[in-house]
Ligand binder design. Structure first.
Ligand code: BGC
Length: 443
């Protein structure tokens, strides 16, 4: 029978993204961009945002709603107009109650119920009187029909609320606000979170040409210097999580087949926080099924029983006995009493899955950079938000190192930077861009 270390070595090969593969993925990605932009069939949706780069002078107090997944945030953002911003108030709330009292993400919830819940949270942050421009980040693939009109193409991140796909989510939120007597909160812009991240980066750093989320979901957008529709610069939401140019392993295929939408979001299912824990569970499960480690309780066969935060904890464990890995394995799957080599195998799997994610993401960014600036003659900042980038040990370093591996010395032209709260602040910048500062004097 194959020994544990042979099995781990086999996994190392299966999950490796070699230098050749990186280049290959980058050029496939670039081709998919060209096809999508020209309106031909492509796994990249290349959705127009109807927004270009900000000037950095946008000013005022704006309400921002950041609907990124199962958590929603409502912010009161103050834009100083000098490339600086401040969050003056914030509320964060889950759409799914831990104790099971409500779940607005389930198939039992309707669109109007979901948006009424969000409108209720907005009402908690606005004081009496005055007009509030509203910027709305909605982090799902939308067919944008104007800066404030966005029709949800399909839910991602395993959300199932009925009656929202195919509808204008901006209009649904505005209607919910009006039903609560909040007409003075006026929607100006609906954007994707990647667009928000790019706008926030570009507000203070005009070299920002790419915005990306490496969190629960994954996606990137970029600044197209001459959009075919308007012949002007425009941010394009690529919906790159749907990119299908990467070879899947058998674990990716298993995960995909059991997911809410098989075949869709193939890259996202290989790289984002929603799925990394599940990939690790499937791989550890296969080691257990082959008798390499004890299979613990039946909890190891429960889908999504390993949250991404636990991967971060596993990767951060430097203790000789791998105590954190042991605690996670026991708590999540009932796996106990392994030798250190067993825990080491679990940690290696987590590392392989996480680092593969970072390498694949970098390859897609390399594809974008090569398309917009083939000789890499300009400086480029990639603004990134999301828990993987911010919190997962080794993730941001892997992104930067892979960039150097791909571009050598020219990687000096590329800065990858955290755009903290970028998706929410970006919604405010987008709204201010549209509203052009008039609201500052209206209250
Ligand atoms: C969505 C994107 C979003 C990304 C990051 C994906 O599931 O389709 O629109 O930008 O997650 O939140």
């Amino acid at each position: 029978m194959e020994r544990l270390y042979t099995a781990v070595a086999r996994l190392e090969k299966e999950l490796a993204v070699s230098a050749i593969l990186l280049q290959d993925i980058a050029s496939r990605f670039q081709e998919a961009m060209t096809e999508g932009l020209a309106g031909r069939s492509s796994s990249l949706k290349m959705l127009p945002s109807f927004i270009g780069s900000p000037t950095g002078q946008e000013q005022g107090q704006v309400i921002a709603v950041d609907f990124g997944g199962t958590n929603v945030r409502v912010l009161l953002v103050e834009l100083a107009g000098t490339g600086r911003s401040r969050i003056a108030a914030r509320r964060a709330f889950p759409l799914k109650d831990k104790l099971g009292h409500y779940d607005y993400t389930a198939v039992s919830a309707s669109g109007p119920e979901l948006f009424d819940f969000i409108a209720g949270k907005i009402s908690e942050i606005v004081s009496d009187g005055g007009i509030y421009p509203l910027g709305y980040t909605f982090s799902f693939p939308c067919r944008q029909q104007g800066v404030d009109k966005a029709v949800l193409i399909n839910w991602t991140k395993e959300i199932k609320t009925v009656g929202v796909e195919g509808r204008d989510v901006g209009q649904m939120l505005q209607a919910a606000l009006e039903n609560r007597g909040l007409e003075r909160v006026r929607l100006q812009a609906v954007i994707n979170d990647t667009t928000g991240t790019l706008l926030t980066g570009a507000y203070s750093d005009s070299a920002t040409t790419i915005g990306a989320i490496c969190g629960t979901g994954h996606n990137s957008c970029y600044l197209e210097s001459c959009h075919p529709l308007t012949k002007r610069p425009m941010i394009i939401n690529m919906e790159s999580g749907n990119f299908d140019g990467v070879q899947q392993t058998k674990y990716d295929i298993l995960l995909d087949q059991a997911s809410e939408k098989p075949g869709a979001q193939r890259l996202e299912k290989m790289v984002s926080g929603q799925y990394l824990g599940e990939l690790v569970r499937l791989i550890v499960g296969s080691l257990a099924a082959d008798g390499h480690i004890s299979s613990g309780s039946e909890r190891l066969s429960v889908p999504y029983s390993l949250p991404t935060e636990d991967i971060s904890a596993i990767l951060g464990d430097t203790s000789p006995e791998l105590e954190v890995v042991a605690a996670v394995a026991a708590a999540r799957w009932g796996i106990t009493g392994l030798k250190v080599s067993g825990y080491k195998a679990i940690q290696t799997i987590a590392r392989l899955v996480a680092m593969r994610s970072a390498r694949l993401v970098t390859a897609t960014w390399a594809g974008i950079l090569t398309k917009i600036d083939p000789g890499l003659v300009c400086q480029h900042t990639i603004a990134v938000d999301g828990a993987l980038y911010e919190k997962m040990p080794g993730y941001s370093e892997q992104l930067a190192n892979t960039m150097v591996e791909m571009f050598g010395d020219k990687a000096k032209q590329i800065t990858i930077r955290l755009s903290k709260d970028g998706s929410g602040i970006g919604a405010a910048i987008a709204a201010a861009t549209v509203y052009k500062g008039k609201y500052c004097n209206e209250r």
